[in-house]
Design a protein around this ligand. Structure first.
Ligand code: MD6
Ligand code: FE
Length: 205
């Protein structure tokens, strides 16, 4: 992996690259993502229990993560349009290669949009086949208060994720519990219409 700051989360493997993307790098990446998303509009999924997420979602790449009454899974098509997910911008797959050093490219990128008080409850990323592969997270727009704690329970701590920050769950932290407590509205002007966009790159299969 590239050089990262190790944050004391009580477990090894949470890696943090503050300001990994310059202002122009953030703008270029966001433009690429928003262009792709024109073919795959944000939608609001529901949990298996039928509760709508406060976060809006879409995906890029061969596979996308979806949630509905039938459960959580990866699938090759957008659940609303039925079309294949658009491909990931090359700068995103380059970032994965440069920071994770993982020998295979990501095959799924979940795009989360936080607006108007949206947040995400504590969860583990468990739907991927190989939990040995890292998950890489790129933050764009408003700063988020990210909460993380060990898989088995115990204390959690928070880390602020600002626009251009990148973090990864690797090794023992790969199955950490994590979520977004809140997003600080108005802390960035990057995302048109305001809010935060988070990209998580994974190896789903
Ligand atoms: C978010 N992130 O930042 C939610 N998952 O909007 C995640 O759920 C996440 O940041 C796996 C690895 C890193 C993450
Ligand atoms: Fe997650």
């Amino acid at each position: 992996m590239g050089s990262a700051r190790e944050i004391d989360t009580g477990m090894e493997g949470f890696r943090f690259w503050p300001e990994a993307l310059s202002a122009s790098g953030q703008a270029d990446l966001l433009a690429g993502v928003l262009a792709a998303v024109e073919q795959a509009p944000f939608y609001r999924p529901v949990t298996p229990g039928g509760r709508p997420f406060s976060v809006e979602m879409t995906c890029l790449g061969p596979l996308g993560w979806v949630s509905d009454r039938a459960g959580y899974r990866y699938q090759a098509t957008h659940p609303v349009t039925g079309a294949p997910w658009p491909s990931m911008p090359a700068r995103l797959t380059d970032l994965w290669r440069d920071l994770t050093g993982w020998p295979e490219p990501p095959d799924a990128c979940l795009v989360n949009l936080y607006r108007g008080g949206a947040k995400m409850g504590l969860h583990q990323d468990l739907d991927e086949q190989d939990h040995g592969a890292p998950v890489l997270s790129v933050s764009l727009g408003d700063t988020a208060v990210f909460r993380i704690g060990a898989a088995g329970g115990g204390p959690t701590r928070t880390v602020r994720l600002a626009s251009g920050d990148v973090c990864a769950l690797t090794g023992p932290a790969r199955l950490a519990r994590h979520g977004i407590d809140r997003v600080i509205a108005g802390s960035s002007t990057l995302v048109p219409g305001g809010g935060r966009i988070n990209l998580t790159l994974r190896r789903a299969r």
